[in-house]
Design a protein around this ligand. Structure first.
Ligand SMILES: Nc1ncnc2c1ncn2[C@@H]1O[C@H](COP(=O)(O)OP(=O)(O)O)[C@@H](O)[C@H]1O
Ligand SMILES: [Mg+2]
Length: 292
């Protein structure tokens, strides 16, 4: 699926993705509806020559699903003078839960109490400070994978023993967080170009409400608080296009859990239906950026 610019003045837009899923198809359709040419760049075949700046694209939408590949692609494109959305910085910060936490804390954005242990033993000590119940999460990960509740010290010891036995230095870093006593729902907000497109509640069978784990979505009213917090969170991590995850604590206070730089929007779109078209908004925003 690719198209070459035909009309003079057309901007050259790349959509980077190794996997073309439902969301990418929606984006491609949104380009087609506008008659705007774009090129689907399969990241599995893409390479970059250091120092070469003559890439054919002016702007690239990064939909690469693999975090390492997404971050390197963003760096290569930026070095070659291509405007990449989201930026390489945002991709790196959002793709790493600890870097996200540090950015949110530095900006005073409310987020659960979180600590990073540099070894599994240190993570256990950190948990004594964070308190139980808690959770442990992989630094890089999504869809709720390996997000494990730790109700008490005994469960933490068991999980950290497994972590210590895993290969790879990253698995030995313990990202631990207080477990927020939340209602059986999360809030997912999509931000595009400094504007909140809408919000949905996500509910699931378990603590993790990720749509990838079968979480259900329904519309959520965008209150002024949701609006402000989501825009602040997206801006804090530098994400132009963002899926902001919020949870409510026992007192109804909103906390930012994470900001997704490659937002998946099927669940959001099916809950909000005709009210908003995420792909249309993303493509319009890209075209606006390309014309700046
Ligand atoms: N501190 C927490 N307190 C309560 N629930 C949490 C907490 N952190 C995560 N969860 C639940 O687990 C899900 C996955 O966690 P998240 O940090 O968003 O990781 P992922 O990147 O895998 O989606 C969240 O959507 C939320 O429902
Ligand atoms: Mg999440």
């Amino acid at each position: 699926m690719s198209a070459t610019p035909e009309r003079p003045g057309d901007c050259n837009i790349a959509v980077l993705a190794s996997r073309v899923g439902a969301d990418e198809k929606r984006l491609f359709d949104a380009f087609d509806r506008r008659g705007v040419p774009f090129e689907h760049v399969d990241t599995r075949r893409q390479w970059f020559l250091a120092g070469r700046r003559d890439l054919p694209w002016q702007l690239a939408l990064n939909r690469e699903i693999g975090q390492v590949r997404a971050a390197y692609a963003a760096r290569c494109l930026a070095a070659a003078g291509v405007e990449v959305v989201n930026s390489a910085d945002a991709t790196e910060v959002c793709g790493d839960k600890w870097r996200t936490t540090m950015a949110l804390e530095a900006a005073g954005v409310p987020t659960p109490r979180t600590a990073l242990g540099l070894t599994p033993e240190a993570a256990l000590a950190a948990l004594d400070s964070v308190g139980y119940p808690a959770l442990i999460k992989p630094l890089v990960g999504s869809w709720g994978r390996l997000v494990v509740p730790l109700p008490d010290r005994a469960s933490a010891e068991a999980v950290l023993e497994y972590a210590a036995a895993l290969p790879g230095p990253q698995s030995h870093l313990g990202y631990v967080q207080e477990l927020i006593e939340k209602p059986d729902r999360d809030i997912r907000v999509i931000v595009v170009g400094g504007q909140v497109l809408g919000a949905v509640y996500r509910t699931g069978e378990s603590l993790r409400t990720n749509v990838a784990l079968g979480g259900q979505t329904r519309p959520c009213e965008v209150t002024p608080e949701i609006d402000k917090l989501s825009l602040t969170a997206a801006a804090t991590v530098g994400a132009d296009i963002a899926g902001v995850d919020l949870i409510e604590d026992r007192d109804g206070r909103l906390l930012v859990l994470e900001v997704n730089h490659r937002v998946e929007f099927s669940g959001f779109q099916s809950a909000l239906g005709d009210r908003v078209d995420v792909a249309d908004h993303i493509v319009d925003h890209l075209l606006e950026r390309a014309q700046r």
